[in-house]
Design a protein around this ligand. Structure first.
Ligand code: C5P
Length: 219
């Protein structure tokens, strides 16, 4: 019997990371945070002084990454045994991830690694191309969207709560720029799979989104 996979794709700030984590916990399934892999690849490249535009060198690096997701909910990320969970969450790390993620060779290098996360009893896979490229046979596919303004406000609130100064207009601008890069790239662009259920989370609570996803799973 094949392992059930639930994919959740969508732009940054749509809430898919939170929803994926909570769903995995609720279902007792594994979690794949594919964005973290691109963030870590970029971090590893920067640490080695590799230019983020050097596709061949970064693909080679991605193919041999020593990455592990540990902890009860598999959200603690180790690179070469070092906990980099916080470091990869910055805006700059997201930008750098989006640059390396645009190289087809880097995506190829991470493909098999991502596929191996599908293990019993099931997998919740969060990303941009989970339903379209990595797990096209997924049991259920969700595309979680929200307007750039709502996503910007969420990010702005998060940063304020952490005591970090932020400019809302700038954040919304950055979000639009990253969306544009992720949607326009020729390989594995951000888009809903034809058979995905599209949920707009702009005016929904996390609980409402969870309920909707569980209903799609028949739970
Ligand atoms: O989801 P997260 O914000 O962590 O992703 C960071 C970046 O990694 C995205 O902006 C996107 O460019 C890239 N990414 C991707 N494919 C995925 C997951 C993330 O290209 N499956």
């Amino acid at each position: 019997m094949s392992v059930p996979v639930l994919t959740i794709d969508g732009p940054s700030g749509s809430g898919k990371g939170t929803v994926a984590r909570l769903l995995a916990k609720h279902l007792g399934w594994h979690l794949l945070d594919s964005g973290a892999l691109y963030r870590i690849t970029a971090l590893a490249a920067q640490r080695r002084g590799i230019d983020l535009h050097d596709a061949a060198a970064i693909a080679e690096l991605a193919a041999h990454l020593d990455v592990r997701f540990v902890g009860e909910d598999e959200t603690c990320v180790l690179l070469d045994g070092e906990d980099v969970s916080r470091q990869i969450r910055s805006e700059q790390a997201g930008e750098a991830a989006s640059v390396v993620a645009a190289h087809p060779a880097v995506r190829d290098a991470l493909f098999d690694f991502q596929r191996r996360f599908a293990a019993a009893p099931g997998l919740v896979a969060d990303g941009r191309d989970m339903g379209t490229v990595v797990f096209p046979q997924a049991f259920v596919k969700i595309y979680l969207d929200a307007s750039a303004e709502v996503r910007g406000e969420r990010r702005y609130k998060q940063l304020n709560e952490k005591g970090l100064h932020a400019n809302l207009a700038q954040i919304i601008d950055d979000i639009r720029r990253r969306d544009e890069r992720d949607m326009q790239r020729p390989v594995a662009p951000l888009k809903a799979a034809d058979d995905a259920h599209v949920i707009d989370s702009s005016f929904l609570t996390v609980e409402q989104v969870l309920t909707e996803c569980l209903a799609r799973l028949g739970k």
